[in-house]
Design a binder for this molecule. Structure first.
Ligand code: UGA
Length: 442
C-alpha cells in the first residue's frame, strides 16, 4: 500500500520503517531539512536497537524514502499518518499546533480520497479538530467534495524495544466508525495480525482515551509501588518481597511494579499531566493522577535524601560516581530522567559528578555542556576513580554484574546508593558495603 508518514520522530520513523519492511511503499515527510538529509544517507538520529538496518534495507529496496516536500508526500499516500510531536504546553496540556498544521497541509494538497491516521498521542476530541481543519481548507479550496476520514491509531511502542514492539504489537487499536477505513487499516496491519486477533476496532474517542488510560495506568502502578516502598522503608519491610507477594495475584500481575526513583521519558510524565489537564477542563478533578504525578516528583529526590542523610548533609567537595543517565536502559533519551534531578541536586549541594552511561553521554553533554562539576566518563570504572560513593540510576544490563572487590578499591568509602534495586542487600553488606536501595532495609 502507499503510505505517507508526517514526522520522523521516534514513533513516525519506527512505524515507517516497519511498514516499509512489510512491503508497503512509504514516504516520510519532515520539515527538518538536515534531519531528512541525514536519514536519506541512512543515519538514524536516535539510538534504537534494530532500527538502523531496517531503515537501510528499505531505503535500498526503494520501499522507504524521505522528503521535505509535503505536496509530494500527500500525493503519494492513500494512507497518511500524522506522527508529529505533541509537546506539553505551559499548563501541561498537549500542544496540537503541529498536528493541526499537518492536517491543513494534507487538505491543501490532497486531490483524492485520503485516510488520515493519527498516531501522535492526542487528547480526546483531536480527531474531530483534525476533521474540522481539513474540511475548512477543502472548503476554501472549493474542493469540499473530496472524501477523507480521520482515524485514531495510537502507538504503544516502548523506547529501547520500539522495533520489536511495532513488529509484534500486543494490540492494534483502530478508532473509526467507517467500514471502508476499518478495511484499509485491517489490510495495512494484516502482516502484524497473525496467530491471534490483535485488532480492536472502536469509536475514535475511545481509541484516543485508550492511549492515555494505558500510560496513566502504568504510571499509577509505578507510583503506587514507590509509595509502598516508602512505607516499607519506615516499617522495615522489604519491597522486593512485597512485589513478589502481590504480583503472584494475576489480578495485579508482575509487570510494572518495580519500585525505583521514579518514571521519566517522553511519555508518562507528559501524558499524566495532559490527562490531568483534560479532566480539569471538563470540570473534573483527576485526584488519582495528581497523586501519581506528585509521588513521582518526590520519588526523584529519594536518593538525594539518602545521600544527604548518610553524609550528614555535607556534600560540598564530595565526588559521586553515577552509573546511568538515560531515563531507562537501551535508550539515549534523558527527557525527564531521574538522573537530572539527582545531578542537579548534587551540584546545588556543592558536589561533583563523574557519570557513565553506555549511550546517553553525548545527550548529557548536549543538555549540560562542559562544566566543572560534571565529568563524563567513557567506562564504568573511569566514573568510579576516587569517588566518595557510587550512585546507580539506570538499570543497564552491564551494571548487573558487580566486581565488589574492585569497586571497594576504587571508591573512597564503600557506599553504594542504588535507585533500581539491582543487588541483594545481604550480599552487599557481606562484601563490606553500606548499601542503600529503594524500600529495602539498609
Ligand atoms: C511508555 C509505555 O510503556 C509504552 O507502552 C508507550 O507506548 C510509550 O510510553 C509511549 O506513550 O510512547 P517508554 O516511555 O518508552 O514507554 O518507557 P517504559 O519502558 O514504559 O518506562 C517508563 C518509565 O517507568 C521508566 O523511567 C522506567 O524506569 C519506569 N519504570 C517502569 C519503573 O520505575 N518501574 C517499573 O516497574 C517499570
Amino acid at each position: 500500500m502507499k503510505v505517507t508518514v508526517f514526522g520522523t520522530g521516534y514513533v513516525g520513523l519506527v512505524q515507517a520503517a516497519v511498514l516499509a519492511e512489510s512491503g508497503n511503499n512509504v514516504v516520510c515527510i519532515d520539515i527538518d531539512e538536515d534531519k531528512v538529509a541525514r536519514l536519506r544517507r541512512g543515519e538514524i538520529p536516535i539510538y534504537e536497537p534494530g532500527l538502523a538496518p531496517l531503515v537501510e534495507e528499505s531505503i535500498a529496496n526503494g520501499n522507504l524514502s524521505f522528503s521535505t516536500d509535503a505536496a509530494e508526500g500527500v500525493a503519494h499516500g492513500e494512507l497518511i499518518f500524522i506522527a508529529v510531536g505533541t509537546p506539553p504546553d505551559e499548563d501541561g496540556s498537549a500542544d496540537l499546533r503541529h498536528v493541526l498544521t499537518v492536517a491543513r497541509t494534507i487538505a491543501t494538497h490532497m486531490d483524492s480520497k485520503k485516510y488520515i491516521i493519527n498516531k501522535s498521542t492526542v487528547p480526546v476530541g483531536t480527531a474531530d479538530r483534525v476533521r474540522s481543519a481539513v474540511s475548512e481548507v477543502l472548503a476554501e479550496r472549493g474542493r469540499a467534495e473530496l472524501e477523507f476520514d480521520v482515524i485514531s491509531n495510537p502507538e504503544f511502542l516502548k523506547e529501547g524495544s520500539a522495533v520489536a514492539d511495532c513488529m509484534r504489537p500486543d494490540r492494534i487499536i483502530i478508532g473509526t466508525s467507517e467500514k471502508a477505513s476499518e478495511q484499509k487499516m485491517r489490510q495495512l496491519y494484516a502482516p502484524f495480525n497473525r496467530n491471534h486477533e490483535k485488532i480492536l476496532v472502536m469509536d475514535v474517542k475511545s481509541a484516543e482515551l485508550t492511549k492515555y488510560a494505558a500510560n496513566c495506568m502504568l504510571a499509577t502502578k509505578i507510583s503506587f509501588m514507590n509509595e509502598m516502598a516508602n512505607i516499607a522503608d519506615k516499617v522495615g519491610a522489604d519491597i522486593e518481597a512485597v512485589r513478589k507477594g502481590i504480583g503472584s495475584d494475576p489480578r495485579v500481575g508482575y509487570h510494572f511494579i518495580y519500585a525505583g526513583i521514579g518514571y521519566g521519558g517522553s511519555c508518562f510524565p507528559k501524558d499524566v499531566k495532559a490527562l490531568i489537564n483534560s479532566a480539569e477542563q471538563l470540570g473534573l478533578s483527576a485526584d488519582i493522577l495528581a497523586a501519581v504525578e506528585s509521588r513521582n516528583e518526590r520519588q526523584k529526590h529519594y536518593l538525594l535524601e539518602k545521600i544527604d542523610a548518610h553524609f550528614g548533609g555535607d556534600l560540598k567537595g564530595r565526588t559521586f560516581a553515577l552509573w546511568g543517565l538515560s531515563f531507562k536502559p537501551n535508550t539515549d533519551d534523558m527527557r525527564e530522567a531521574p538522573s537530572r534531578v539527582l545531578m542537579e541536586g548534587l551540584w546545588e549541594r556543592g558536589a561533583q559528578v563523574q557519570a557513565f552511561d553506555p549511550e546517553a553521554t553525548e545527550e548529557c553533554r548536549r543538555i549540560y555542556g562542559e562544566r566543572d562539576e560534571l565529568k563524563l566518563c567513557d567506562s564504568r570504572d573511569a566514573a568510579l576513580a576516587g569517588a566518595d560513593a557510587l550512585v546507580i540510576v539506570t538499570e543497564w544490563q552491564q551494571f548487573k554484574a558487580l566486581d565488589t572487590a574492585a569497586l571497594k578499591q576504587a571508591l573512597r568509602e564503600p557506599v553504594v546508593f542504588d535507585g533500581r534495586n539491582q543487588y541483594e542487600p545481604e550480599d552487599m553488606r557481606a562484601a563490606g558495603f553500606h548499601y542503600y536501595c529503594v524500600g529495602r532495609p539498609d
